[in-house]
Write a protein that binds this ligand. Sequence first.
Ligand SMILES: Nc1ncnc2c1ncn2[C@@H]1O[C@H](COP(=O)(O)OP(=O)(O)O)[C@@H](O)[C@H]1O
Ligand SMILES: [Mg+2]
Length: 384
Amino acid sequence: MRFTFSRRHPTLKSVARVQSLGRVPRAILTNLDLRIPMRLFAAGQRLRFIWERDHQVARANRILADIASEVAGHAWERGWQGQKVLSTVTDVTVVTLGQAGRPPEALLKLANSETAAADLKNQSRVLAALRADARLHNWSALLPDVCREGQVGHQYYVIEILVPGVDARMVLRHPGARSRMLAAAAETIGELHTRTATIRPVDAGLLNQWIDRRVETIRPSLMHGTEQDRYTEKLEGLAGELHRSVAGQKVPVGWIHGDFGPGNLLVSPDGKVVTGVVDWGLASPADLPFLDLVHMLLSTRMYMQRRELGDIIRRLLDRGDWTEEEIGLLESEQKMLSSQTLDMRSLLLLAWLRHVASNLSKSPHYAHNWLWINQNVKGVLAAL
Ligand SMILES: Nc1ncnc2c1ncn2[C@@H]1O[C@H](COP(=O)(O)OP(=O)(O)O)[C@@H](O)[C@H]1O
Ligand SMILES: [Mg+2]
């Protein structure tokens, strides 16, 4: 049985029916409910961030001085200095730059690991490709402008001009602004999709890229703790299930952002207008457009409910409790792309696979964080 966001099957009930196929014994959920330790861990991280703030601004200023001594005549001529550290979710330190006592004008992004540097370098390649793409004329005004990047000593850095607007996470608590933000976000990213996607059958190359390679990235994370064989079997079962449901389907394939959450979106304070889309390190030119919107909806739920992605996915697999608003947004995207899409369970699992594999490959912290693995990887596999 399949669910598509067509007018024939628009009701919540039909979604719930399909999603409930993978119902999970409650005991497994309880055993894996690690929300309290996760929150303690997050609180610890936050304290560390506060503790290190001044040190990071000083570090940014030392690196700015090093950049200035290597290359004459750029950003530093504007008298920029490190002002404030922004909290990040990866191995990148982000510090606002501007003149003393004035509003910030740019951001210095410092890669703290090889993978973080690779992510920043990939972002630069992606931004160059998107700007050069004639189909994205006008739309690319929403992209961040990297004004300088390079290496000083062992440190890879990027200086990015500050995109105007407020971080979309700031409007989530206000229901009206949140709804407007989600509608604007869906429309904005839908433009990227409609302008670049073409309908093609899912062939062996796409299956490898969307499923097999991501499964291989996740596999080593199951090699710690108990029941390794059971989780590995589940992962292989998932790969088989996705192959069967996706292979040969004619779907839109094009550019996707790949980490399209409120934290990477800048909007007007009332949520109505998207002013910028940042953090393009995980973008890809040949992926499933629907995954961006699914990721936006999942990560909005994560912030609103203060839960990990694994929890959100398990609940949706178990209960299928998509809201009317979420279904409406997904249906609009489907209309924009004038195409059928995959069934909701497959989309959800493909979005999960992409997100988890990206996190594991972009930061070694995730691979070593058993709490995160239990909550986001094993927890979801156990529910399949
Ligand atoms: N060019 C930019 N203009 C304005 N804000 C930005 C820009 N780039 C990043 N940000 C802000 O900084 C935060 C962290 O940067 P980001 O590159 O997304 O790192 P991470 O994903 O590791 O947290 C983002 O959530 C966003 O709010
Ligand atoms: Mg980000």
